[in-house]
Design a binder for this molecule. Structure first.
Ligand SMILES: NC(=O)c1ccc[n+]([C@@H]2O[C@H](COP(=O)([O-])OP(=O)(O)OC[C@H]3O[C@@H](n4cnc5c(N)ncnc54)[C@H](OP(=O)(O)O)[C@@H]3O)[C@@H](O)[C@H]2O)c1
Length: 329
């Protein structure tokens, strides 16, 4: 099969399209013929080797934590899926590889593709929708609560706006003049132009979803109501590793998260470092929302698999509005 292999850590050019053997099927696996895969910022960090103390995966390996395609074989313990099912999925960090024509993925991480979505749209959802779901779940009842998304226009933010509105929250989403109309269209109640506005101009929030990390995260602590929460999606590990090296950087980022937990506690708020949970059951609920058009995919660009280096460079520019996808031949 054709697959994009990461053979050494580094720039986007380290990714190369190669012909390799199809993955082997374990008893709980589905073998999926992929049609589309999505890029995520974590792919860039894995490519650069910044997470290699935390996510151990021997080189060479295939990147990719989001995909959609058709089941072509099932392991002997699989009961809920069969050959021919159209599915979408986000595997966990232990075994991934959706930048390829085939992937073996544990059935626990898979759900049926909503019929109204094409493969690209379906592949754009899993990791970001699960992340948005897990971050919003930090607050049990969001009805009438003020929620801040400090990035409204990226892969996670565009879905988090929609999911938070569904759960009855009042949503403030950060954007720029370039992304304003997208964020408005997705249903944000208040727009926060991060280039010109300041959080002090807004009433405090009950929940902030932090997608920027430090230094922006520091300003959030003062703007959360007592009893409220910060759900941060950013560990700070890649940035710290870049600054001070693999071991020191990884440890200092973890120490920084503990410090933020204490800082929050002293202010009577909660701090959670959210790492999305790969979960096919939650994904099935996301599929239902998408089927009812209550959750709409937002796709920025689609690149052919062979242009994966360009796709990585584009996502790395930090300017994508919604998702960047790979079309699998
Ligand atoms: N913990 C987890 O499980 C998990 C899962 C998924 C993602 N994440 C993390 O969550 C973060 C967001 O991911 P993503 O996929 O949504 O990112 P993304 O798609 O790469 O975000 C791109 C968007 O960010 C906007 N942006 C850039 N700088 C900004 C700023 N200072 N303030 C507000 N908006 C800004 C850009 O709009 P402009 O062009 O207008 O600036 C662009 O539309 C990343 O750090 C990612 O690593 C964590």
């Amino acid at each position: 099969m054709q697959a994009v292999l990461l053979t050494r850590y580094g720039a986007p050019s380290t990714l190369s399209l190669q012909t390799i053997a199809r993955p082997e099927l374990r008893p709980n696996d589905l073998l999926v013929r992929l049609r589309a895969a999505a890029l995520n910022p974590i792919d860039l960090k894995l490519r650069q080797g910044y997470l290699r103390l935390l996510i151990r995966n021997r080189l060479p390996h295939v990147l990719g934590l989001d995909g959609a395609g058709d089941v072509v074989a099932v392991g002997k313990k699989v009961r809920d899926f069969q050959v021919g099912d159209a599915v979408f999925f986000s595997p966990d960090h232990k075994r991934f590889g959706s930048y390829a024509q085939y992937i073996a993925v544990d059935q626990r991480f898979v759900a049926r593709k909503p019929e109204n979505l094409d493969y690209r749209q379906a592949a754009s959802l899993p990791l970001c929708a699960l992340t948005a779901h897990d971050a919003l779940a930090v607050t049990a009842d969001l009805r009438g609560k003020r929620v801040l998304l400090n990035v409204g226009s990226g892969g996670v933010g565009t879905l988090a706006i929609q999911l938070a509105k569904q759960r009855g929250a009042n949503v403030t989403a950060s954007c720029s003049t370039r992304t304003r109309s997208l964020v408005e269209r997705l249903g944000a109640d208040t727009l926060f132009d991060y280039r010109t506005d300041t959080l002090d101009n807004h009433p405090p929030f009950d929940l902030a979803i932090d997608m920027l990390g430090h230094p922006a995260r520091r300003a959030l602590f003062k703007r959360i109501n007592r009893g409220g929460a910060i759900a941060s999606l950013v560990s700070g590990v890649p940035e710290a590793v870049e600054r001070t090296g693999l071991y020191r950087g990884t440890l200092s980022a973890i120490a920084g998260l503990v410090a933020d937990w204490w800082r929050a506690r002293r202010r009577g708020i909660r701090f959670h470092n959210v790492v999305r949970k790969a979960d096919g059951r939650t994904l099935a609920k996301i599929a239902e929302l998408a089927a009812r058009e209550q959750l709409k995919p937002v796709i920025d660009r689609v690149f052919p698999l062979a242009e994966v280096a360009e796709a990585h460079a584009y996502l790395q520019s930090g300017r994508a509005q919604g998702k960047v996808l790979l079309e699998i031949p």
